[in-house]
Design a protein around this ligand. Structure first.
Ligand code: ZN
Length: 469
């Protein structure tokens, strides 16, 4: 090493020593739970971690957080806020806990499928958990370095969405990688590589029935649909994506799912002969859409994602343009009959998890709003393919989506005054959509059923088809 280089290198090392915060998670299967040993290396005086989330409307998360103990440093847990305060000693703190939970005794009501998705369910026959229920993570440091190692593994294959294709192999990444993800294990779990447009992706399944048929259908859908949607977004060079299909343990609900940026999981009725029926296909399509639309007030990542679902099913060639109307009419009818149809956005966002009617409200309202804007765009520009320019306009801030940024971006495509008026009326105030004939996309109309339910009808198939090009 030359003398010239040395001082520079020294400064670099010094800087990295003072700024690096490191933590290691040692994870071990305990038979009836997952044990987590956390070692925090940090120059900070105090660190705040958080365990689990309020997703799913759960409020008993700390009942899963068991056998807590700490060694180096001082670590205290506030059960009420789910916050863990860590005071390292000589730059180090260690603590451990066991995540232990199965579903309540006798539980199996189909309406309660959300519960299956948001709770850990771990024993010697199956493992399913969202990672926020496994890993306590720093509150405001998604970039902190993380190492996850399994010191004892279950007697069945495990798939970790944060470490796709590597099973329980050790993982190095950031807090952001492990805080929103999922872990699933099952004796029948298999991981297949699926090539989509020359890129490696994963299909992880634990199929109970018709394995060959189901895998074939899922792979066909994967190649066709994921190929089309990722090329719409221009993401051919992105990281591997995973589709994880995992049966419910004891629930006959058709399916529910969750989308992340590097994959989605769906839990579904284990007694089903074919996984890929129409209803599930549409759900999977929605979950894949969350790879791109996953942030911001609920009307956007859920409502606009519903628009994207209906749009992409047609644009990918899987469905006919009429299917868009079929899909949209479910939302129109749902919105019209919702007891909360006209509650303001703020209240709807706040009560999102309170009951099913609140949850769906924002899907349907956001979808209707997206459809309305597509019509306004066509009216003002004369171009029928609204969805592509709308999504190109929001793409730069998808990771940090806000309504203000959205309105700014849309105002390049359509008149700002009208845009702001409509946003206030339809989203903020939750008033009924007018669906004025002159504002609608071409080739369709809205008709009203005797009880007032609006319904979309395709009046000119050739014109309507142009929206998907
Ligand atoms: Zn969703």
């Amino acid at each position: 090493m030359s003398e010239k280089v040395f001082p520079l290198l020294f400064v670099f090392l010094l800087m990295s020593c003072s700024s690096v915060t490191e933590r290691t998670e040692y994870v071990y299967w305990k038979g009836d739970g997952i044990g987590v040993e956390v070692t925090v290396h940090s120059p900070m005086d105090t660190l705040q971690y958080v365990y689990a989330s309020e997703n799913g409307g759960q409020n008993d998360q700390m009942t899963w957080f068991q056998d807590f103990s700490s060694s180096d440093g001082r670590v205290t847990v506030d059960s009420l806020t789910r916050r863990i305060t860590i005071v390292p000693e000589n730059g180090i703190a260690r603590f451990s806990y066991v995540v232990r939970c199965t579903l309540p005794e006798g539980y199996g009501s189909p309406g309660g499928c959300l519960m299956d998705v948001f709770r850990p369910d771990i024993d010697d026959k199956m493992l399913f958990s969202r990672t926020e229920n496994i890993f306590a993570v720093p509150e405001d440091d998604a970039d902190m370095k993380v190492v996850v190692k399994w010191s004892r593994v279950p007697p069945y294959p495990v798939f970790c969405l944060y470490n796709p294709g590597q099973g329980t192999g050790s993982f190095e990444g950031t807090v952001g990688d492990i805080s929103w993800s999922v872990i699933a294990g099952d004796p029948l779990l298999t991981v297949d590589t699926v090539m989509v447009r020359g890129k490696v992706n994963y299909l992880a399944t634990a199929l109970r029935k018709n394995v060959d048929l189901n895998k074939r259908q899922l792979k066909d859908y994967y190649r066709t649909f994921y190929g089309a949607v990722s090329s719409f977004w221009g993401e051919e060079g992105s990281e591997p994506y995973t589709m994880l299909f995992f049966p419910f343990r004891n629930n006959t609900w058709e399916a529910t799912g969750n989308g992340f940026t590097n994959g989605f999981f769906s839990r579904y009725d284990a007694t089903a002969d074919t996984v890929l029926n129409k209803m599930r296909r549409d759900l999977f399509t929605h979950e894949i859409g969350h790879k791109w639309l996953n942030n911001g007030p609920v009307w956007f990542p859920e409502g606009f994602n519903e628009m994207q679902t209906a749009y992409q099913l047609v644009a990918s060639g899987i469905e006919s343009p009429e299917y868009f109307a079929t899909y949209f009419n479910i939302a129109l009818s749902g919105l019209w009959h919702s007891p909360y149809r006209n509650v303001p956005d703020e209240e709807a966002e706040e009560k999102f998890w309170e009951d099913g009617d609140y949850i769906w409200l924002l899907y349907w309202r956001g979808f209707s709003y997206a459809f309305h804007l597509a019509g306004v765009y066509e009216k003002e520009t004369g171009k029928p393919n609204a969805w592509k320019p709308m999504m190109d306009a929001v793409r730069p801030f998808l990771d940090d989506f806000t309504a203000d940024k959205f309105l700014d971006a849309m105002s390049v495509l359509m008149e700002k005054e009208r845009l702001e008026k409509d946003y206030k009326k339809y989203i903020l105030e939750g008033r009924d959509f007018d669906f004025q004939a002159e504002d609608l996309p071409s080739g369709c109309r809205i008709v009203y059923q005797p009880d007032g339910t609006p319904q979309l009808e395709v009046t000119d198939a050739a014109l309507f088809k142009k929206h998907f090009q």
